[in-house]
Write a protein that binds this ligand. Structure first.
Ligand code: HEM
Length: 420
């Protein structure tokens, strides 16, 4: 084990780390691949191979910490369960968002993207005419990214689009309740309770007269021969709302950020929009929406000569793993043509194929993201359609654009473009 200096724990609370954790994560990878973070009170694992192995290791690691923050706001969901209990619940929902079921969702994605773009183009045509401006402006976050995934989930659950603004306020409040301090936790629980109260009569009605929507299907689904309780259905509906919206919004904004921050790569997708699929994968590697996931050791676990005691929290750093130079050459470079990244279908197993590695942005193993294909479809389809209507987009001068991770502060990505 190397003796290089451990980072000053203060770094983990600094704005410097919040805006760019990568130099610290590199130091950990190189010198302290298993590091006890006294601020987070968690062990941090930052190398690709280690993160991949632990995600897949259900003998030694439990997903129970998901219950302590996500469960505290939503109520219990499959994310906090291990083994058979997890498997049964997952079997209910995972098929909803992949394969033939995903195909049925694609027109919903396109329709919602088109409808947002129409609204946006009308608003901007009016503004441009009014100000006789030759430039248009868009906040990718507020005009598009935080709207599209939410609208798609509302359609999947068959909840009214007219109530969009109410959901638009609930879902970030719920997410902040998961990640924030006590006040935000209470605000998140309040938003969740309002959402659940809204769902109560709908679940009641749909369990008697089910439709084709997901809420109806959950209302009549059986696990172990018994129907899910209304509480279980509602926690799950919270998970889907927040997991579906709060991550994909950042994926869309981050894709735009990475492409515009790297004009040569933007040119590639301009010339061939099919490359947006590669761009999504490379964005999920270089700066995905989720920085990492937490697990708990079931028993003592030794890695690189360090023993993590049983019942310890372990932070699996997706950010650290995805920039591991042991796997990805020049990992800080956003490159649609890299030869070391597996660009095809996201790998639930993360295995290397022909020397290529999958990104870990959707996690791995039994809890691998259930919405991975939908998230990709929304980001790629939405971006492609939006690219067709905004000409020569660039960061708005003075707007300090940054890539986004799940976080509490308000966020924006202001662009300007040429009026047609
Ligand atoms: C780019 C967007 C997304 C990202 C970055 C993302 C990321 C993740 C990650 C890292 C996990 C693993 C959690 C763990 O290991 O503890 C996860 C799980 C999950 N995601 Fe996503 N997600 C995205 C989009 C979606 C969408 C669109 C949906 C649903 C429509 C969704 C539903 C879920 C569910 C239900 C789980 C729990 C699976 C389980 O515990 O078995 N996600 N997601």
């Amino acid at each position: 084990m190397t003796t290089a200096t451990e980072p000053d724990p203060g770094i983990f609370l600094s704005p410097e780390y919040a805006s760019n954790p990568y130099p610290t994560l590199k130091h950990l990878r190189d010198h302290h691949p298993v590091y006890f973070n006294p601020v987070m009170k968690q062990w941090m694992v930052t190398r690709y191979e280690d993160v991949m192995n632990i995600f897949a290791d259900t003998e030694n690691f439990s997903a129970s910490p998901n219950g302590e923050h996500i469960g505290a706001v939503f109520g219990p969901t499959l994310m906090e369960y291990d083994g058979e209990k997890h498997h049964k619940l997952r079997a209910l929902v995972a098929p909803e968002f992949v394969g033939v079921n995903l195909k049925a969702l694609l027109p919903i994605v396109t329709r919602n993207a088109m409808s947002l773009i129409e609204k946006f183009t009308e608003k901007h045509a009016a503004q441009i005419a009014e100000n006789a401006s030759v430039r248009g402006e868009i906040d990718i976050v507020d005009d598009f990214a935080t709207r599209l995934p939410l609208n798609v989930i509302l359609d999947v659950l068959d909840l009214p689009q007219e109530a969009h603004e109410m959901f638009h306020q609930w879902y970030p409040a719920m997410m902040n309740g998961i990640n924030g301090g006590p006040e935000l936790r209470i605000a998140g629980q309040k938003a969740n309770a309002e959402y659940h109260a809204y769902l109560d009569p709908l679940i009641d009605e749909r369990s008697r007269n089910p439709g084709a929507d997901l809420l109806s299907r959950l209302s009549i689904a059986e696990v172990n021969g018994a129907r899910m309780t209304p509480e279980e259905i509602k926690s799950f509906a919270s998970l889907i709302l927040v997991a579906g919206a709060e991550t994909t919004d950042k994926a869309i904004a981050n894709l735009w950020y990475q492409l515009l921050a790297n004009p040569d790569q933007w040119q590639l997708v301009q010339d061939d929009p099919e490359l947006l699929d590669h761009a999504f994968t490379e964005m999920m590697r270089i700066h995905p929406p989720a920085a990492g996931q937490t697990r708990k050791t079931i028993r003592d676990y030794t890695l690189h000569g360090v023993t993590i005691p049983a019942d310890s929290y372990v932070h699996l750093s997706i950010y650290g793993a995805n920039r591991d130079e042991r796997v990805f050459t020049d990992p800080d470079r956003f490159d649609l043509n890299r030869e070391d990244l597996y660009f095809a279908r996201d790998l639930r197993g993360g295995w290397f194929k022909d020397g290529m590695a999958g990104h870990l942005g959707f996690g791995l193993g039994p809890h691998f993201c259930a919405g991975y294909q939908l998230a990709r479809a929304e980001t790629v389809i939405g971006t492609k359609l939006l690219m067709e209507v905004i000409r020569n987009p660039r960061f708005k001068p003075g707007s300090n654009p940054t890539p986004i991770a799940i976080r509490i502060e308000p966020w924006h990505l202001h662009l300007e473009f040429d009026a047609a």
